[in-house]
Design a protein around this ligand. Structure first.
Ligand SMILES: [Zn+2]
Length: 301
């Protein structure tokens, strides 16, 4: 989302504080100001018309920023209440040279994702397969990929890539969430925390594959065999679309820990959003494209 002009006007009211103020008073007494009506003396006294959190004008004293975009109001960093007018400003990471980007990969600060595994990898061949107790391989090295993350005009570097799994991302999630990931087809590397989209905010189909998270409401196998599709219904606010679900092979779902009794689990998935009847869904998902997030990490979302 790159629309910085979501907030059409700010509430301006002196002697009102977000932490202690009564929101009804703000709504009743504040003056509505647009970016063009904004005056320097209003600094520190403008608030969001939806969530009432403090706003600032950017740039503060000009009508246009250095990129020629019209000035806009944005939420301050101090408070982060849920707000539909809040823009997640995902800062893309750029590198001054190919060597620096390679170093960032070695230091595990940057991951170039060539793709997510579609099929479950076959365990390594050993004499006695019973001995193999490890988890399935979660990522394998891909080939060098041209990645446009150079500092100078998005110059491309040739960097080692990985074919990975969402399950791998969910392991050590507390560390992965701060790493920069370059997803297939993207123009920049973004921190995982800024790549994850709450499906509750999704109002439309989307042909671009993205990373989503959602909480399971219910789940059931649509047919009699493990090869049938299991429908995983998520908590989703009824709007233009009535529900949101993930459709995955039942066997694969259960291998990921999703069965009939999975209410409350949080699922992370990578895919496109399509219409499904009067709802939305992510379907045709591969083995490596979804996972359940461990409970201890949910608060990091
Ligand atoms: Zn707000």
């Amino acid at each position: 989302m790159e629309d910085n002009n979501l907030i059409k006007f700010a509430y301006y009211l002196d002697d009102w504080e977000f932490e202690t103020g009564n929101k009804k008073v703000l709504k009743k007494e504040a003056e509505e100001v647009t970016t063009t009506e904004y005056l320097a003396e209003m600094k520190g006294h403008i608030f969001c018309p939806e969530c009432s959190a403090p706003l600032f004008k950017s740039p503060e004293n000009k009508e246009f920023d250095t990129n020629g975009r019209k000035a806009f109001f944005a939420h301050g960093r101090k408070y982060s209440p849920d707000c539909n007018l809040r823009v997640k400003k995902a800062e893309g990471k750029r590198y001054g040279s190919e060597e620096l980007a390679k170093k960032a990969i070695e230091d595990e600060e940057l991951v170039i994702v060539k793709g997510f595994m579609k099929a479950k990898p076959v365990p390594p061949k050993i004499d006695n397969p019973q001995e193999y107790q490890g988890d399935p391989v979660e990522d394998v090295n891909g080939r060098l990929a041209d990645v446009p993350i150079g500092r100078h005009n998005g110059e491309s570097f040739s960097l080692p890539s990985k074919i990975t799994t969402v399950r791998g991302l969910c392991r050590n999630f507390n560390k992965n969430i701060y790493k920069y990931f370059h997803l297939p087809g993207r123009k920049n590397a973004i921190q995982l925390k800024d790549l994850l989209i709450d499906i509750k905010t999704v109002q439309n189909a989307d042909v671009v594959p993205r990373l989503y998270f959602a909480k399971v409401k219910s789940s059931f196998n649509c047919g009699p065999t493990p090869q049938n599709i299991r429908q995983i219904m998520f908590e989703y606010p009824r709007g233009e679309y009535v529900d949101f679900c993930l459709k995955a092979i039942d066997l694969s779902s259960r291998e990921h820990g999703i069965d009939d009794n999975s209410k409350g689990k949080v699922v992370i998935m990578y895919g496109t959003v399509t219409e499904s009847g009067i709802g939305l869904c992510i379907e045709g998902i591969g083995w490596g494209e979804f996972a359940v997030l461990a409970e201890k990490y949910i608060e990091l979302l």
